[in-house]
Design a protein around this ligand. Structure first.
Ligand code: CP3
Length: 354
């Protein structure tokens, strides 16, 4: 089926567009009152993810409100460890937790691949519902966490600031860590391929915690497994290329190695300048980013100035996807998103005149 709006796919393929396409990490979420309402009806966050109609509804909410160029499936990266039986739950105000963290070599060896159809079928159901409801308006992005990022939550049992358990495992028993990452890479590959078959037209790998590693550890324990996933993905579906976006938060110093992975695009947080990234890898990949989400707490004039600066930093030509450098904060005023998108849509066409 033809898309009404294929700016995102064109920018990912580094083809010309009329204006810079944009979507926002965590665009469906708590900063939207209409999300909070559906979230309250669902009871728990996981109920919301597993309820095909509600998950579809909240996926579409940001598109009803804003002129965005993509939908991103409403789900979570922690669906995979949950499907592996770790017992995911959310404690209000404390983020995700696991009842059964994976702390020992025995626990790693006991892990088995989830049965994607049986244990994660609810995600694919949501993907097909969203595709049907979108009806070609914009492409749908599917996603996963990177093996390393998933491992941090599985070993720590929760969000962490210092990653002491997972890093102790990495340095004490690297072979155990490799076994864990290998199972996760295989699970993630199956999971993304199932999302692609169900209708995801682009996929993004969120490596939120890759930037917490040393350079050799990043290459051996995070990038290598993302590479394994990219190598195993369906790259063409329904006659169209399925682009892959790699996002390592705080990974700016590793862009060359990331571009070698075969990904179509790299996501950047705000600590890397787009002009610098483009000079280093822009001949090989598209670049996505990189507004600091906290800029959205400033006034509309300041938001516009940052949008202008970022457009200028990337410069004219193909291959830029505008996004935030990380997920939008739950405390963001929805009107600030309007100011951001108004500024972008007013300023970006000038960068696409040949
Ligand atoms: O982008 C989107 O609109 C799609 C939805 C999405 C969610 N999580 C919904 C969500 C996506 C892409 C994610 C990815 C995700 N989840 C990541 C990678 C991206 C990133 O932000 O670094 C990570 C690390 C997670 C793990 C996770 N899930 C955390 C740390 C939390 C708690 C966050 C918080 O602010 O409390 C979640 C829960 C979660 N996932 C929420 C949402 C909207 C909030 C929970 C709620 O609504 O009750």
């Amino acid at each position: 089926m033809e898309l009404d709006n294929d700016r995102l796919l064109r920018a990912l393929a580094r083809q010309p567009v009329d204006r810079t396409p944009v979507w926002m990490m965590r665009q469906a979420g708590r900063y939207l009152p209409e999300y909070r309402e559906v979230r309250a009806q669902a009871g728990s966050f996981m109920n919301l993810c597993q309820d095909r109609d509600r998950a579809c509804e909240v996926t579409l909410q940001p598109l009803e409100r804003y002129p965005l160029d993509a939908a991103i499936l409403f789900s979570d990266i922690l669906t995979i460890p949950d499907a592996m039986g770790l017992g995911l739950y959310f404690e209000t105000g404390e983020g995700p937790k696991f009842r059964k963290p994976v702390r020992t070599p025995e626990a790693v060896d006991a892990l088995t691949l989830p049965d994607t159809e049986r244990d994660l079928g609810y995600v694919m159901n949501a993907v097909s519902s969203v595709r049907r409801e979108l009806n070609g308006r914009v492409p749908l992005i599917g996603f996963t966490g990177s093996p390393w990022t998933l491992a941090t939550y599985m070993v720590e049992g929760a969000s962490s600031k210092d990653f002491r358990h997972v890093k102790a495992m990495l340095y004490d028993t690297p072979q155990t860590m490799h076994r864990l990452l290998d199972v996760l890479a295989r699970a993630v590959t199956d999971y993304l391929n199932a999302q692609i078959r169900a209708g995801a037209q682009v996929v993004q790998i969120f490596d939120t915690w890759g930037g917490a590693l040393s350079t050799p550890a990043y290459e051996a324990f995070s990038l290598r497994y993302m590479q394994q996933i990219v190598d195993g993905l369906i790259r063409e579906h329904d006659g169209r290329r399925v682009p892959v976006i790699l996002f390592t938060k705080n990974g700016g110093q590793w862009l060359e190695a990331m571009a070698d992975s075969g990904a179509d695009a790299l996501g950047l947080d705000w600590s890397t300048e787009l002009s610098d990234a483009r000079a280093r890898v822009g001949k090989r990949v598209a670049l996505q980013g990189n507004l600091d989400p906290n800029v959205l707490f400033a006034n509309p004039r300041a938001i516009r100035a940052e949008v202008a600066r970022i457009l200028e930093s990337y410069g004219s030509g193909t291959g830029h996807i505008f996004n935030l450098g990380h997920g939008i904060s739950q405390f963001t005023d929805p009107d600030s998103v309007t100011a951001f998108l108004d500024a972008l849509h007013e300023l970006s066409p000038a960068y696409h005149r040949s």
